[in-house]
Design a protein around this ligand. Sequence first.
Ligand code: PLP
Length: 354
Amino acid sequence: MARGVLKSLKTIFKTDVRVFVYPSSATGAWEAALSNTLSRADRVLLFGHGFFAVKWARVAERLGLEVDLVPADWRVGTDAGALRDRLAADVEREIKAVLVVHNETSTGVTTRIPPLREAMDEIGHPALLLVDAVSSLAATDLRHDEWGIDVTVSGSQKALMLPPGLSFTAVSEKALRASASSTLPRSYWDWGDMVRFNDKGFFPFTPATNLLFGLSEAAAMLEEEGLGQAFARHARHARATRHAVDAWGLENVALNEHEYSNAATSVFVPNGSDADHLRKVILDRFDMSLGKGLGQLEGRVFRIGHLGDLNDLTLAGTLAGVEMGLRAAGVPHRAGGAQIAFEFLADTPLESDG
Ligand SMILES: Cc1ncc(COP(=O)(O)O)c(C=O)c1O
């Protein structure tokens, strides 16, 4: 079974190299990505476009890395031009890794990775590219090898449809080479041990066997559906959600259409309303838990998750619950947003990819 799930993960991450599995939350995989590839006082660069980017930066700091955390607008993703300028200014090539969150779960903004890789290649900067795909994997196209990513980090509890408890690092040959000479202390996270054991179909410590069985089934479900079809399903549900949000007259946190998230939509409540009160009303009245505003968005936004094992009726129920909650909590909005989404879902069947 271990060999089977490790093989399936390579298909899901679109890599021919390796994916390592840890019994941990995704925060562990953040640490694994850094501690295997970097050495004390190495410089890393990231743009603070959201709660999870800032949290990853804190992990890097705690590990003893020098972190260039560039303050950034939470309503947009990482800009290739800004990255190019930063890297071009690094004439001594002190920056050893660029960290990017593919889908910022706190804002519902998806950064496009290929332009970032192109920017790095254009100026020939040798930094590693480390990508957090915790809430994008299996919901949004992600191509570890083709996009030249060195480490892709993810977790089990999002679009892989599993309970929390597993995390992953997909690696490139360059990242594996970096791990041979990097000196940050690591034990549990060590890729060297993983390689030796995985090659024999085992793990260097007790694996979370129950979750591996689940992962095996999740991979089979995704294979049956087709990854492309799963992305299309997520994109369609995200569109239906945005139709409802627009019709309610509420504002999406994500500003740019090409960065809208397939996985989650973050929505501002109007000035004078409290998003956490709205969430409480919806939880108490309809037993539905919406994501809270994180960090600087606390109290100002609620988040609708539309990823994983979701179908039209699950989404319809979700949007109906939000609309009833807006009304019950007295949040100013236009009625009928859920109805617009229902019409979109009814009129726009999911095309089969054959
Ligand atoms: C984008 C992103 N990165 C990292 C994490 C941290 O994952 P975990 O809570 O599994 O450690 C999350 C959690 O939601 C996330 O959404």
